[in-house]
Design a protein around this ligand. Structure first.
Ligand SMILES: Cc1ncc(COP(=O)(O)O)c(C=O)c1O
Length: 257
């Protein structure tokens, strides 16, 4: 980001009133996506020339990313395959929805076979598996309108796991509907298992995945092992949401443990 001329400020920051308040309470505050959203909103509201653009959680962002699933569908068509299982990791829900929504649309219209659609979150931030389905704010300072979603509560501060992009208290409203209806099945995987999956993936595929993506990879491995043990043959499609080369600091910390 700095290479492209940006000034980068970790959140919580001294730049906003909300950030200053949190830092006063705890100078080592681990921050969260919800806190960063609140600070970004405060910055945008206090300066006419500042705009705020969302990266996840809101339904239109999820729809925007559905190009991922549309493209995956074309790729699979070209090798005459259809997935039996779809897997992705979930922070606010955008990369997961991006991959799965086009397939779920087809499945609900009965234009393809039934698939297992599995959304993976960290055990440490269990909004889908242990959260409540109710109205809540999307940010920690409670500035956004209320959204109906799975949530751990807008003021939940996730533990500082190495997968920063999954440290979010809520879940996109449209994805929450699908989880609530049982169309998407949630699964929670802990840091240790996701890190082992990242290591195996790096050793076998030669790519270092983002810590977020490692959660999806761990679920793929679980499923493939189940298939191997039961003799079931399946096509498992997952979203490789990002590489880990910008997360080497996180890897360094985990490897040093
Ligand atoms: C590589 C990567 N994957 C997944 C996520 C999770 O976000 P979302 O659920 O919006 O896809 C993030 C968030 O920062 C990320 O950086």
């Amino acid at each position: 980001m700095k290479m492209y001329g940006a000034e980068v400020v970790p959140s919580p920051s001294e730049l906003t009133e909300f950030g200053r308040r949190l830092l006063k309470e705890n100078p080592d505050h681990p921050g969260s996506l919800g806190i960063a959203i609140s600070e970004a909103l405060e910055a945008a509201l206090s300066d006419e020339s500042t705009k705020y653009s969302l990266g996840s959680v809101l339904n239109h962002v999820l729809i925007h990313q559905s190009i991922i699933g549309q493209e995956a569908m074309e790729q699979l068509k070209s090798i005459e395959e259809e997935p039996d299982v779809l897997i992705g990791c979930v922070g606010g829900g955008s990369n997961f929805a991006g991959l799965t929504y086009p397939f779920i649309g087809k499945m609900l219209r009965k234009e393809c076979k039934e698939m297992d659609v599995i959304a993976v979150e960290p055990v440490e931030v269990p909004s889908m598996t242990r959260g409540e389905y109710r109205y809540d704010h999307a940010d920690t300072a409670a500035m956004t309108p209320l959204l109906k979603m799975f949530t751990l509560g807008y003021n939940f501060v996730p533990p500082p796991i190495y997968s920063g992009g999954l440290r979010y208290h809520g879940l996109a409203p449209s994805l929450s509907v699908l989880v609530n209806e049982g169309i998407v099945k949630p699964m929670a995987i802990d840091q240790k298992e996701s890190f082992s999956a990242a290591k195996l993936f790096a050793e076998t595929e030669g790519l270092i995945p983002a810590p977020e993506t490692s959660h999806a990879i761990a679920a793929v491995i679980r499923r493939a092992v189940e298939d191997r043990e039961s003799g079931r043959e399946e096509v498992i499609l997952f979203n490789y949401s990002g590489h880990g080369l910008l997360d080497l600091e996180g890897y360094r910390t985990v490897l040093a443990l």
